[in-house]
Write a protein that binds this ligand. Structure first.
Ligand code: SF4
Ligand code: ZN
Ligand code: ZN
Length: 329
């Protein structure tokens, strides 16, 4: 995708007005209005193609305050009836990161009020007794891995507690490719089967997870959010570090995409083919012996209970779930 300079004399293929954007992978010139429409249609087509919303009436959306999840909230809300949803609920976790968390929270509150969407804002300090920076200090583990496991745990547990049919995540194509290639290059054992557009619910302890932005490029989401005037968090999380491997992967992928528009999309589809996704359904899920949440660990202790054992001297999964019950009802 490239934004065109004024006066390039290219016409929008839909309406003939002056084009503002060229979508390279689709070989389309579009005006602002039709570019917005094109991105929304792309998301709708992903939902349809993978049957993401089949059997889903009540949907939870995990909202971080960034462009990805907020754009998703806008698109789904605007098309709520069309896609057969009766209710969309937002969920934001306030991590207690000075400056960044306040701004993220404001962006989520503004978007939800504009969209008339019910939203739960949960503070990590209220749920676990400590903010993310405090937990990171005590755990001595990489910040983003601590943050990721806590968010995954809360989102899953909140979806089960609210009894929604599924939870939608704001992961886009570039996120998924980066995760896959980074782990591959570092030789990290990872569950690639979970990278598809949908993860089915299991045994009433795993909530169904959807990725409606699965086939959407990150740069398209940035431009979509900008053109739609969506206010997103402007500051970067202070824990975000400059990862050289991530930077190299992004550069390599961008070069390949430049050379052959559409490359990223075809790579993504090959990585997470449907046969691989079906294998996921037969995978065994273990249950945490402390809190009953799903875990891949054969020692039957989930990642959150392990982390909290280390930080608080006791597993706090069950404690967190009781707090969720209080805050969500
Ligand atoms: Fe969490 Fe890392 Fe993202 Fe900060 S950058 S919000 S610590 S995952
Ligand atoms: Zn147009
Ligand atoms: Zn647990």
């Amino acid at each position: 995708m490239s934004v065109l300079a004024p006066g390039t004399r290219k016409s929008c293929y839909k309406c003939g007005r002056e084009a503002e954007v060229m979508v390279r992978y689709a070989r389309l010139y579009l005006c602002r209005e039709h570019y917005i429409e094109y991105i929304e249609e792309r998301i709708m087509k992903t939902i349809e193609k993978y049957g993401l919303l089949s059997g889903v009436k009540r949907l939870l959306i995990a909202l971080s305050g960034g462009k990805d999840s907020l754009s998703l909230a806008y698109v789904l809300s605007r098309n709520k009836e069309k896609i057969g949803l009766t209710e969309i609920i937002g969920l934001h976790i306030d991590l207690g990161i000075n400056g960044y968390s306040e701004e993220s929270r404001e962006s989520v509150e503004k978007a939800c009020s504009e969209l008339g969407m019910k939203c739960f804002i949960l503070s990590l300090k209220d749920l676990l007794g400590l903010s993310l920076p405090e937990i990171i200090r005590k755990s001595n583990r990489p910040p983003c891995s601590v943050c990721g496991l806590i968010k995954r745990y809360i989102i899953n547990a909140a979806s089960i507690e609210l009894g929604v049919d599924a939870v939608a995540m704001g992961h886009h194509m570039d996120d998924i490719l980066l995760f896959y290639l980074r782990n591959f290059l570092l030789g990290v054992k990872s569950d690639y089967l979970k990278l598809g557009p949908v993860i089915e619910a299991k045994d009433t302890i795993v909530a169904k997870k959807l990725r409606p932005l699965y086939e959407v490029y990150e740069e398209d989401l940035s431009l979509y959010a900008k053109l739609r005037g969506i206010k997103t968090v402007g500051t970067e999380c202070p824990f975000k570090h400059n990862d050289h491997i991530e930077k190299a992967i992004k550069e390599m992928l961008d070069k390949l995409e430049n050379h052959a528009p559409g490359y990223k999309l075809s790579l993504l589809r090959r990585i997470t083919s449907s046969e691989k996704r079906e294998a996921l359904l037969s995978q065994e899920v273990f249950t945490c012996k402390y809190c009953g949440s799903p875990t891949n660990n054969k020692d039957n202790i989930c990642a959150l209970c392990k982390l909290t054992q280390n930080v608080f001297g006791e597993p706090r999964g069950l404690y967190l779930k009781q707090k969720l019950k209080e805050f969500l009802h």
